[in-house]
Write a new protein. Structure first.
Ligand SMILES: C[S@@+](CC[C@H](N)C(=O)[O-])C[C@H]1O[C@@H](n2cnc3c(N)ncnc32)[C@H](O)[C@@H]1O
Length: 464
């Protein structure tokens, strides 16, 4: 039984009137659990004869999935099936996400090819959803201010197989100073007092107070200030919170629109747990009008990053690294085409930053920003060769790899691979081999002498 703060109950009664008791009653019910299937790996729900529908059906059956009405790829799952612990989770076939939280990215309605910013993105629920909507075209800048959370975000971007995302660890202000007026769409899933998370995260109850709500609202306005500067004229901003009070939602936006008359609120939506099957969420769509001068876009100045990152494609070391990587790509993933873009060399790590036609976000603009992932991680570059990066395995389909070893997800070979062990090589595989579970890549191995030498990164290996 959850004990709610008295002041919170009073405020809810003021806000909801006669509905308040039904709302308070939801705290005696179990919280809702959800997952979102990954269209980058599984295709869309009705994509015809590409072989994925049957696998979607398999996931639906295995995890007892039932659709979330407001999200195309969203499902409630049967808790007993524990999808978060299944190898398919590590294969990036879905993202565990509370169903209400799926509403914000749906409302933002991202289209393939757009330049999108997810300003407070960790651990990556909205980012993975937006990347699905981009369908590999355009670019997503995914940011979080907290270093440890940005690292988890970057890992989720990798697991989901997202090839067109840059992951940064910056303050909204730092980004606004660099990318003024650059983005078609911005997602701001703001840090909030978390009233909608009380069933999921009892710590949020302990932290809650009217003063905390006030502090959150002030912080939200600060972040909105930066979002206003980052959005292109004519662009749209989704603002969302997982809290119910008006101070952090409607009132924060009223104050914002007063301060920035070029913005208007197009639509707001609320998910209440006594009306919908979800924990609770607020989302608003705002539009920046077009009839103003576009601000100057992506800045090129900025101090160089402390670590040695080479972003000039004409730089000799970048050219040489790219030559080695191209040879590796031709050999290891002959079916994989690099989109238009440019290489970024970060020590021995080579990334590929896709370009978006007409948008000025170039690799050099990332100088001076803490960047965890400047695009798709392609390769580890050694003196005379390039080895495929784990991210590359996660971003390809088995059809694109020259050599593939696909194992049953629940079988002993997959288990041994997850533990970091050497696995007997199936007939016909040689050299760099994409290891897959049920046809979905999970990492690399190098085949020789009938064995697959394990190249799963140590941090991803699982005991048992
Ligand atoms: C609600 S969570 C984001 C959840 C994420 N969008 C998702 O869907 O997985 C809010 C995020 O805001 C970040 N944050 C906290 N303070 C911030 C600030 N002052 N500016 C920007 N982001 C901040 C937190 O690190 C946190 O990851």
């Amino acid at each position: 039984m959850i004990e709610l703060p008295q002041r919170f109950i009073e405020r809810i009664r003021e806000q909801l009137g006669p509905e308040a008791e039904a709302f308070i009653g939801t705290y005696d019910e179990p919280r809702t659990q959800g997952l979102r299937l990954n269209p980058l790996k599984l295709g869309g729900p009705a994509t015809g004869a590409n072989g994925h529908e049957s696998f979607r059906d398999e996931l639906i059956r295995r995890f007892g999935l039932t659709p979330v009405p407001w999200c195309r790829d969203g499902y409630y799952y049967d808790e007993a099936t524990k999808p978060g612990k299944h190898p398919y989770h590590q294969a990036g076939l879905y993202y565990i996400q509370e169903p209400s939280a799926m509403s914000a990215a749906e409302l933002l309605d991202v289209q393939p090819g757009e330049l999108v910013l997810d300003l407070a993105a960790a651990p990556g629920g909205k980012t993975t959803q937006i990347a699905g909507a981009l369908a590999g075209r355009g670019l997503l800048v995914s940011n979080d201010i907290h270093p440890a959370r940005a690292k988890i975000l970057s890992e989720n971007v990798e697991r989901f197989g997202i090839a067109n995302a840059v992951v940064t660890n910056a303050s909204p202000d730092e980004l606004a100073a660099k990318f003024s007026g650059a983005f078609d769409k911005i997602m701001l899933d703001a840090p909030c007092s978390g009233e909608g998370m009380f069933r999921k995260d009892p710590e949020a109850i302990l932290e809650w107070s009217p003063d905390h709500v006030r502090m959150c609202a002030a912080r939200q306005l600060d972040i909105l200030d930066s979002a206003a500067r980052l959005l292109k004229p004519g662009g749209t901003l989704a603002y969302s919170t997982c809290t119910f009070n008006r101070e952090e939602n409607e009132e924060a936006l009223e104050r914002f629109v007063e301060r920035y008359p070029a913005f208007s609120v197009v639509r707001t939506e609320r998910i209440w747990p006594h009306r919908h099957k979800g924990e609770g969420h607020f989302v608003a769509l705002l539009r920046r009008q077009t009839d103003e001068e576009p601000a100057s876009t992506a800045a090129t100045s900025g101090r160089r990053d402390e670590r040695c990152r080479r972003t000039d494609p004409a730089d000799r070391s970048v050219r040489e690294a790219m030559k080695l990587a191209e040879a590796m790509l031709r050999d290891v993933v002959p079916g994989f085409d690099l989109p238009a873009g440019e290489p970024v060399l970060f020590g021995e790590q080579l990334y590929w930053l896709p370009s978006v036609p007409g948008f000025p976000l170039r690799a050099r603009d990332l100088n001076g920003l803490r960047t965890l992932r400047p695009g798709l991680h392609l390769a580890h570059v050694k003196k005379d060769r390039a080895e495929p990066a784990h991210s590359l395995a996660m971003a390809i389909s088995t059809r694109q790899a020259r050599s593939v070893a696909s194992f049953d997800a629940d079988g002993p070979e997959a288990g041994a691979y997850w533990r970091g062990e050497t696995v007997p090589a199936p007939d016909g595989v040689n050299g760099w081999t994409a290891v897959a579970v049920d046809g979905y890549p999970i990492g690399w191995a190098k085949a020789s002498g009938g064995q697959l030498k394990n190249h799963l990164p140590k941090g991803l290996r699982r005991p048992g």
